[in-house]
Design a protein around this ligand. Structure first.
Ligand SMILES: Nc1ncnc2c1ncn2[C@@H]1O[C@H](COP(=O)(O)OP(=O)(O)OP(=O)(O)O)[C@@H](O)[C@H]1O
Ligand SMILES: [Mg+2]
Length: 311
C-alpha cells in the first residue's frame, strides 16, 4: 500500500448565503495547493446546485458522486483529471430522491471512502444554507471554512450557519455522551436557569460538564476560518475582524479571519470565455490574495488587524 497520502486533510467550504463565491474560492484554493505540488481532489458536495466542474472548464458531468450513493460506484472511479497538474475533481449531479435519503451512516461511509483517496488535500465544495446534509459534511471535515461577502444579509446568514453548525456539533457530542435529554430539559426550563440564548445554554452545560472534559475539549477545538469575498474597497476588510469578534462574543466560537478577496470586475469576462479543459484566468492580485488565504488556512493563522490593505 502506498503510504504517501495516508494523511489526506479534508477542507470543507460552506457559508450561509448563495452566490458568495464558495465554489470559485474552493477551485482557486485547490489550484493554489496544487501549485505547491500537493495532490488535490475537489469534491462537489453542493447537493442543490453542483457546478464545480464549470470552474475547471469541464462541460460534461461524465461521472458524479451521485453514482456512489445510487450505484455503489467506488469513489476512485468517479475522479476526473483537470488540465491542472496535481488537481482532479469528483463532480456532482444529484437528484432529489438521492439527496433526501442520504442517511448519517452513508455520510460516514462516504467520509471513510474520501479519506482513502490518494491525495494530500481533499476540498469539499458545499452548498448554501443550513440543511443537515450540508452541516454534517461540513462538520466531518478537518478544516472548516466559510465564505461571505461584506453585506449585512450575507453576514446574518453566515451567523445562522455558524450557530446551527455549532449547535449540531454540541448536540451530537451530548448524544454521544448520553446527555442530550438533559440538555433539552435545561433548554425547556431556560427561564428558571436564567438562560436567554444559545451561548447561555452552552455556558450552563459547560459548568454542568465539569466532570466531562472530553466534550469541553472537543467544543473548544471547534474553529472556523472566515473568508471575505468580493470586496469593493479596503474599508470593508474590517468586517472580517467584526465577524470574528461577534462569533466569540455571541457564540463562544473561535473564528479566524483567514483573508479577503477583492471583487474582480473582469470576472464575468473570464468565466464566459472558459474553454473546455482550461483554467480561469484571474488577476495576479486576486491570485495572490487566494494564495495568502490558503497559506493561512494551512497554518491556522489569520491576517493581522491594521496590516490589511489593498489598492
Ligand atoms: N472575487 C470575485 N469577484 C468577482 N466575481 C466573483 C468573485 N468571486 C465569485 N465571483 C462570481 O460570483 C458568482 C458566484 O460565485 P460562486 O458560484 O463561486 O458562488 P457560490 O457561493 O458557490 O454560489 P452557490 O451558493 O450558488 O453555490 C460567480 O459568477 C462567480 O464567478
Ligand atoms: Mg457553489
Amino acid at each position: 500500500m502506498d503510504m504517501k497520502y495516508i494523511d489526506s486533510e479534508i477542507w470543507a467550504i460552506a457559508g450561509g448565503k448563495g452566490g458568495t463565491g464558495k465554489s470559485f474560492l474552493t477551485s482557486q484554493m485547490a489550484v493554489a495547493l496544487a501549485e505547491k505540488n500537493k495532490k488535490v481532489i475537489v469534491i462537489d458536495t453542493d447537493f442543490g446546485g453542483a457546478n464545480i466542474h464549470s470552474f475547471f472548464g469541464l462541460k460534461k458531468k461524465t461521472s458524479s458522486l451521485n453514482l456512489f450513493f445510487d450505484d455503489k460506484e467506488p469513489l476512485q472511479n468517479l475522479i476526473i483529471e483537470t488540465d491542472i497538474k496535481n488537481l482532479s475533481i469528483i463532480p456532482g449531479d444529484y437528484n432529489a430522491i438521492t439527496i433526501d435519503s442520504i442517511k448519517y451512516m452513508q455520510k460516514l461511509k462516504l467520509l471513510r471512502h474520501i479519506k482513502k483517496l490518494e491525495a494530500d488535500y481533499i476540498l469539499l465544495d458545499l452548498g448554501a444554507g443550513s440543511t443537515f446534509n450540508t452541516i454534517d459534511f461540513f462538520l466531518l471535515a478537518d478544516k472548516l471554512t466559510v465564505v461571505t461577502v461584506p453585506e449585512i444579509t450575507a453576514i446574518e446568514n453566515l451567523f445562522q450557519f455558524i450557530r446551527n453548525t455549532y449547535f449540531r456539533k454540541l448536540f451530537f457530542l451530548l448524544g454521544v455522551y448520553g446527555l442530550k435529554n438533559k440538555a433539552k430539559e435545561i433548554w425547556k426550563n431556560r427561564k428558571k436557569h436564567k438562560i436567554t440564548n444559545i451561548i447561555g445554554l452552552i455556558d450552563f452545560i459547560k459548568t454542568e460538564l465539569d466532570d466531562n472534559p472530553a466534550i469541553l475539549a472537543e467544543l473548544s477545538d471547534f474553529s472556523i476560518n472566515i473568508i471575505l469575498n468580493k470586496l469593493r474597497n479596503s474599508s470593508e476588510i474590517d468586517q472580517g475582524f467584526s465577524i470574528r469578534s461577534l462569533c466569540l462574543k455571541y457564540l463562544g466560537v473561535n473564528a479566524l479571519f483567514s483573508g479577503y478577496v477583492e471583487y474582480d470586475f473582469q470576472f464575468w469576462k473570464n468565466l464566459s470565455l472558459i474553454q473546455p479543459n482550461s483554467n480561469i484566468n484571474i488577476s495576479p492580485r486576486i491570485k495572490k490574495e487566494i494564495f495568502q488565504i490558503t497559506e493561512n488556512i494551512i497554518n491556522e493563522k489569520q491576517i493581522k488587524i491594521g496590516t490589511a490593505r489593498y489598492g
